[in-house]
Design a protein around this ligand. Structure first.
Ligand code: GDP
Ligand code: IMO
Ligand code: MG
Length: 419
């Protein structure tokens, strides 16, 4: 069997904290989509660890960690990240799919060039080459991790993607490194990575047969999903639960619990519609208290109120069986807390996500604030107003909140019952 952790908003909900917390009871943790655009933070006894490609089970010696076929891998970043833990220590604990696609330096360049060309319409990508790498995969000219084994055919393949970039770069007066330089740097990292590259689907099926418990770790969030998010201001993968099956090879009938992760408010990094966005003092306060600066790019995250319409939509897309409500403590001390319960759209009140999402205006319900929830470890430790807030969100969204997080630390978590 497998359980799934998935982001319900625009990413950075706190997936890393929850996957790390749950991973102690699992044998295998699997990343199944996205790439090093993700930044998953884990805090243990005050020490902060940021993970980008390595699954968040990596801190537990008993956990095996899989980078699945649906992930796009930038090999240099992966090696850098692996070195933090010691390459040797990861042996028999890290498995990289030979079907996962490679992000080449030219993909990152292309990402940045396209953003530059878009000017004011830019998506605000992380600039890591995620989109161009997935585009090559879909165009069937992509390079897979398994191909790093053979440097001769690799050079021919890189040439395809290289030619396109050369034309674009020339037109924009940009310089790019030579094909030989690219292939040479790939040769260096591939020697380190090859011992970890395997048929991950086969590995996971074997694990399943041995009765091992598998935890699937989503990256990004449902509102950034390529199909169901706020297109074109989205990432280039299927971030909702459906992506977990195609990106890992675990079939749909194996997935049991779908744990949706949501902040007690909302954030978004990059451009695109965000109906409940706040500006001014409130936004500033949430941003500062919540440390709302990107784990991957350091960019300030836009902040706003909890959006129950978007959250319900995300829960339906994912089939959430439970929700982990994160960062409740960040709202501590606010006099009033708002929740978006409906949208106004073309003169009507609606409770769905219309095609022209940028036109919606939020309709709010206001809740009384509370003094302090920070560090609480049981629901009864929470002030009455915070308890009422949680119950109200559960009602609005229609899914039970089984976990409440009250600080970045692993221990400061209220777990209602076992997952
Ligand atoms: P992810 O991408 O979903 O894993 O989330 P990030 O790691 O990018 O961002 C979440 C941030 O919030 C990290 O800095 C976490 O350490 C922090 N965090 C997680 N849970 C809580 C919480 O309950 N309270 C507070 N104050 N911070 C939290
Ligand atoms: P985690 O896993 C928040 C956003 C980018 C941009 C859009 C497209 O840490 O939650 P991309 O580089 O993917 O082509 O950028 O998606 N984005 C994220 N926002 N958290 C993330 O990951 C994100 N990964 C991508 O800011 O708006
Ligand atoms: Mg993040």
């Amino acid at each position: 069997m497998a359980d799934l952790v998935v982001g319900l908003q625009w990413g950075d909900e706190g997936k890393g904290k929850i996957v790390d917390l749950l991973a102690k009871d699992y044998d295998v943790v699997v990343r199944y989509q996205g790439g090093h655009n993700a930044g998953h933070t884990i805090v243990v006894e005050g020490k902060k660890i940021a993970l980008h490609l390595l699954p968040s089970g990596v801190l537990y010696p008993h956990c095996q960690n899989v980078i699945g076929n649906g992930v796009v891998v930038e090999p240099h970043s992966l090696v850098t990240e692996m070195k933090q833990f010691g390459i040797e220590c990861l042996q028999n604990r890290l498995f990289i799919s030979d079907r996962a696609h490679v992000i080449l330096p030219i993909h990152a360049k292309l990402d940045l060039l396209r953003e530059k060309l878009k000017g004011k319409e830019a998506i605000g990508t992380t600039g890591k080459g995620i989109g161009p790498s997935y585009a090559d995969k879909v165009s069937r000219v992509g390079i897979r991790m398994g191909e790093l084994r053979d440097m001769e055919t690799l050079k021919q393949k890189v040439q395809f993607a290289y030619r396109e970039l050369q034309i674009l770069a020339q037109a924009m007066g940009e310089t790019i490194e030579s094909l030989d330089e690219i292939v040479c740097s790939l040769r260096e990292v591939s020697e380190i990575l090859m011992p970890f590259v395997c048929d991950s689907v086969h590995f996971l099926w074997n694990a399943k047969e041995q009765g091992k418990k598998i935890l699937l770790e989503g990256a990004q969030g449902s509102m950034l999903d390529l199909d169901h998010g706020t297109y074109p201001f989205v990432t280039s993968s299927t971030t909702i639960s459906a992506g977990a099956c195609s990106g890992s090879g675990i079939n749909i009938r194996e997935v049991q619990e779908v744990i949706g992760i949501a902040k007690a408010y909302c954030t978004r990094v990059g451009n695109g519609p965000f109906p409940s966005e706040e500006f001014g003092n409130i936004a500033q306060e949430i941003q500062t208290k919540g440390g709302e600066f990107g784990t991957t790019t350091g960019r300030a995250r836009r902040c706003g109120w909890f959006d129950a319409v978007a959250l319900k939509y995300a829960c339906n897309l994912n089939g959430c069986t439970q929700i982990a409500l994160m960062k409740l403590d960040v709202l501590d001390g606010l006099e009033e807390i708002k929740v978006c319960t409906q949208y106004e759209y073309r003169g009507e009140k609606i409770d769905y996500i219309p095609y022209d999402y940028s036109e919606v205006k939020p309709i709010y319900q206001t809740f009384k604030g509370w003094d302090k929830t920070c560090g609480a470890r049981s629901r009864s430790d929470l002030p009455k107003e915070a308890q009422e807030y949680i119950v109200a969100l559960e009602k609005l969204v229609g899914v039970r909140i089984s976990i409440v997080s009250t600080s970045p630390d692993r221990e400061d978590t209220i777990i209602e019952d076992k997952v």
